[in-house]
Design a protein around this ligand. Sequence first.
Ligand SMILES: [Ca+2]
Ligand SMILES: [Ca+2]
Length: 414
Amino acid sequence: MHNKFIYGAFLLLLAGLSITAQDGVCAQFIRGADISIQTRQETDGVVYNEYGVPKDALDIFKNHSFNWIRIRIFNDPNGSIYGVCQNLNYVTVLGTRVKAAGFKLLLDFHYSDTWADPGHQTKPAAWSSYNHSQLVTAIHDFTRDVISHLRDNNAMPDMVQLGNEINGGMLWNDGRVSGSYSNWANLAELINSARAGVDDGRGTEPLPEIVIHTAYISSGGGISSTQWFYDNLISYGAQFDIIGQSYYPEWHGNFGDLTTNLTFLAGRYSQDIIIPETGEYYGYKSGKTPEGQKAFLEELIQRIQAVPNGKGRGVFYWEPTWVWSSGVGYKCLFQPIAGNWRNVNMLMGMEAFNTPYGDITGNGIVDFEDLPDFFGLWLNNNCAHTGLLDLDDNCLINFYEFSALAQNWLESGV
Ligand SMILES: [Ca+2]
Ligand SMILES: [Ca+2]
């Protein structure tokens, strides 16, 4: 340990001489969780435990190397469906809490009052009679107003997803491209108008990366449908930075199909790639175990990191804190203690996300590629940038943190 620290101190000197301060933007691998329901679960009395000790679930995620949080937003959710409660006020409160804890934030616009997915893209009721040009204006203004409100409340998203699982387009039937519809020009215009809304709402904050989210991985890879969608969308001029593909093993093929699809995406398109949603059972269905859930997540992370040209940016686990209801609850990352669904303990699947402190790039080892980002924040007193690297929460990266990094030098465990 002593030798490691001396070696680390030498690196500090070296890095201090050669690396100029940067703004803390780093290409870290995304270890994310979609916790959209968490506030509602907490309100209803759910207590989250880490190894049997009650904690803020955000701290449990932090302790297991999660660095991003995803939150969905509906236009006007009426609350009659348990999971559909994320209006702007709800998202603002949770988003502020998430950003204050140091996480980066992906905001997921459904552009509907309820679930949007490949089979459902129902326009918000308030927009139901709008023609195309009115929808183009409405999606811009709604997006702008959400982003500016979040910005003003210290909940600025770092990444924004325009539509949820839009295999068949969005805001049906105006932006529909499934069934007998082929409204590609409308869809591209809606996406670009929403993107302009993000830009117009961000003020002086950096423009968040824009994600298009589909669910096109399937048995055999799902290449032809994936290519049909993204070739069309791009040829009609839609502007976006990241392609997101859902991957649930119960619906979207095996790991070979996943790799086939992501390798195709990396070779054909300029965009980076994320898995914005995944989930695997730990029980409830035959053959499903906590050990299997953890092994699934470990292999999933490895396969995303193995996408060619470093284009696999990361993964978000879908609703790990949603512990009620048999279908969803048995796919989360907590299980009831003594049958009590209001007192739940972390599953070992959470540990699949572990990476050593100091592994900023998230390749699983503390190495030279982590140093520019670490020393870019050295003594630069900025709470907004130090984030999860700041172990003692004093908004400063200094020898306290460096010692922790040096202890882990070239280690891949935790
Ligand atoms: Ca690293
Ligand atoms: Ca500190």
